[in-house]
Design a protein around this ligand. Sequence first.
Ligand code: FBP
Length: 553
Amino acid sequence: MTMQKSPLQIARQSYQPKMPRALRGNLRLTEGNKTQSVADQDDIQKLFPNTYGMPVITLETAAEVNTPKDAINVGVILSGGQAPGGHNVICGLFDGLKTMNKDSKLYGFLGGPSGLIDGKYEELTADIIDEYRNTGGFDIIGSGRTKLEETWQFDNGIEICNHLNIKAIVIIGGDDSNTNACVLAEYYKQKGCGIQVIGCPKTIDGDLKNAMIETSFGFDTACKVYSELIGNIQRDANSAKKYWHFIRLMGRSASHIALECALQSQPNICLISEEVEAKKMTLNDIVEDIVKVIVERSKAGMNFGTVLIPEGLIEFIPAMRVLIQELNDLLADNAEFAGLEGDDAKREYIKEKLTPASCELYRSLPKAIAKQLTMDRDPHGNVQVSLIETEKLLIEMVSKKLAQLKANGLYSGKFSAQHHFFGYEGRCATPSNFDADYCYSLGQTAVQLIAAGKTGYMSVVRNLTEPAEDWQAGGVPITMMMNMERRNGKLKPVIQKALVDLNGAPFKYFEKHRAAWADVNTSYIYPGPIQYYGPSEVCDQPTKTLLLEHGKM
Ligand code: FBP
């Protein structure tokens, strides 16, 4: 049975991603100076003796004709949450490999890193690849969150790679997956098994970025989808003039998505977790700030507005962080708690075990939210922030505060609220031209690094605020991005996660304009849906975050 497709799906199949000059024709690879990790150099060097200090690599067009390359087999893994563009990384890998030698093969490990461990794979042929060009999702081979960190897992990987004659593995993932890619690269190099490992920077959260990586792929498309929805809601709010919309946005700990959406849509309020932490704000402080804006707008008869809330907010409120930490410790492998019958018994048990300050906070929370804080932890033992309905918590607290003000004659408006959570709506969207082009280039770049025998590198494409023609491609040693951090009580080498920089240009721009956006003179922007065809200023724009970071806005 042939699969039915929308006209856009059909059109996107034949879209040819734009590629930088640096990836076309004959190429030369140049190496820079020896590198260092961003911090904890001695520790990182000790842990990665074989992959530490390698140079940054740049790809350039060469005058000399490249010598023909041997066929090579490569395996690819999609790791973690979906991000638009993942399929194009794989298409770029496939096309790059076949251009180099038509007998090269690309294998996809199925269902994420577990595919490598359990030897589950599929050869990706031209027919399969063509079905997925420029599409969203990770369904070509599936994804998973299994952590690659034990030697027995690495050894299983060697077995399957030897069986398939795979010389390199490409791991498409976020900061943790790329950290694991680096550990794997080091292990394989130390064993001398000849398997190279290359990473690719993926995550809608935008928190895998640093001096060498300008942005992770997927952030662009996801933010554009959410901003379209926020814009639509703002039009609705401005038309009906009767609802305050509280919109929580995915992004884990970092507020990059919320900030970018605010820059694109100019809501009345956008909370930034990193600022809440820096200012040591309490939940009550946050509620009072929101209430002030609501009261002011109500004086002008504007009983409507929008509030953007980053997913990880709750963990950045200092007292909440303490409470969550106490709950993490209390509930880890706690059979006694698991055995309790009913919500009330569980609530009582928790109240007894918490410190007095945390207990008071826990009791002050709406019961539903308090319960969400005690739900199943993720594989790292942390609370799953995507399951905590902060938008409902804030609506309830704001509503209470407004009722008090009303009782005291200090507020005469009407408060009616709607809640939303945007996350899954954007993670698998058809990639924007930016992500389609960027990802395809990341895949092609990875092939060049593999062909040059490199391992422990991340494929990078830079200069992203310029036209794709002028993008720069190359490789950055993953050890260069690492530092030591305490995880689950142990010091571990990890890639530094990038949170919103309160001194950075995107936040500064937001800070300068937010009072005007909160004001009664409506400043909403309605970004509209992602456009794939049309003038470049409509179709190929990078995020505002990137533009501001590069001084282009
Ligand atoms: P990663 O890219 O880091 O894997 O996470 C993306 C993300 O969408 C987060 O924004 C969100 O908190 C999480 O995944 C949700 O996880 P799940 O897909 O397991 O529901």
